[in-house]
Design a protein around this ligand. Structure first.
Ligand code: PMV
Length: 326
């Protein structure tokens, strides 16, 4: 099956009469990562993953039709050049749906391509606004499948709070979608420690594939994920913050260990990233519970409880705070 077949299977209506529509999707960070695909075309993962959404940090997308000869894309009020990678990626995705030419205005409250999952909220917001604009009447599970075709982690950005993406095992990916975990955790905080907000040097797509093909440690990854997923679910049910933090941090370190041992090796960390890790560990030595996670970029996302916020901000002065459950 290719992407077009998935789209045809899910959307039975024709895309006439497109109205102007707007939708927001939050960014998400994985506490148990998605790293490695079993199908690169459909973005089907080797393992399930587990994330938390970032509240009001994300993407708002507005869609309307245009008489222009090509799709028009605006990011934060600036027109995106049709030669850019972003434009190509977006319009290749839109072409799956046989739509008239569209004007797409997106506003992002997060740095693009800084390993802060901007493509995740971008594709989730796009598919949610298309669902309204074209009156497809799809449910969130179906939207999650469509968002996955744009970017794997986008399938987790349809909800706030904790979300699990089931890897599934069908070849067509119809059982590979995300679902919310209806458990709230007041007081749980995320801090974005931005070391560098420039484009990442190597895409997660390329990095994942190289890891699978060349890292001698990738074979351990499914077992690590299985254990970490169980621990995260247990941590959430029992509101055990230590278990949540330790599991998330170890999972991120394990993911980076697999890519560090790929060939040629992949290191997203910068010297400032390692300094920040040391600062997290020093705070823990002093009894302040803070943990980090890291995606395909040099930035860290810190996890801590509201009561420790002031102490942590003394060390991480520029921290951007997110309250996922407020
Ligand atoms: O969805 P992609 O292709 O941007 O890959 C995301 C990969 C990680 O952010 C490193 C992990 C994850 O689960 O979000």
């Amino acid at each position: 099956m290719n992407k077009e077949d998935v789209v045809k299977f899910l959307i039975r209506k024709t895309n006439k009469d497109i109205k102007t529509a707007r939708a927001f999707a939050p960014s998400n960070i994985a506490l148990c990562k998605y790293w490695g695909k079993r199908n690169q075309v459909l973005n089907l993962p080797n393992t399930s993953s587990f994330s938390i959404s970032l509240g009001d940090k994300g993407t708002t997308t507005e869609i309307s039709t245009t008489d222009a000869p090509n799709h028009l894309v605006f990011l934060n009020d600036q027109e995106v050049k049709n030669t850019s990678e972003l434009y190509q990626r977006l319009t290749a995705y839109l072409d799956l749906f046989s739509l008239p030419k569209l004007k797409i205005k997106t506003h992002s409250t997060i740095p693009i391509a800084a390993g802060l999952a901007s493509s995740a909220s971008g594709f989730a917001a796009l598919v949610s606004s298309l669902n309204i604009a074209c009156d497809w009447q799809l449910d969130t599970r179906e939207l999650s499948i469509l968002a996955r075709l744009g970017s794997g982690s986008a399938c987790r950005s349809l909800w706030q709070g904790f979300v699990e993406w089931h890897a599934g095992n069908k070849a067509d990916g119809m059982d590979s979608y995300a679902e919310p975990i209806l458990q709230s955790w007041p007081g749980l905080c995320i801090g974005l420690h931005i070391v560098n907000d420039k484009e990442k040097s190597i895409s997660s797509r390329v990095a994942m594939q190289r890891t699978i093909e060349t890292s001698p440690f990738y074979k351990e990854w499914p077992t690590i994920v299985e254990n970490d997923l169980a621990n995260l679910k247990h941590a959430i049910q029992s509101m055990d913050f230590t278990l949540l933090g330790e599991t998330s941090e170890a999972n991120a370190i394990a993911m980076h260990a697999t890519m560090n041992t790929a060939y040629p090796p992949i290191y997203y960390s910068l010297p400032q990233t390692l300094t920040a890790m040391q600062q997290v560990w020093n705070l823990r030595k002093k009894g302040i519970e803070v943990y980090f996670t890291q995606d395909a970029g040099p930035n860290l996302k810190l996890l801590f409880m509201d009561k420790d916020k002031a102490q942590i901000q003394k060390v991480f002065e520029q921290l951007e705070l997110v309250n996922p459950f407020n």
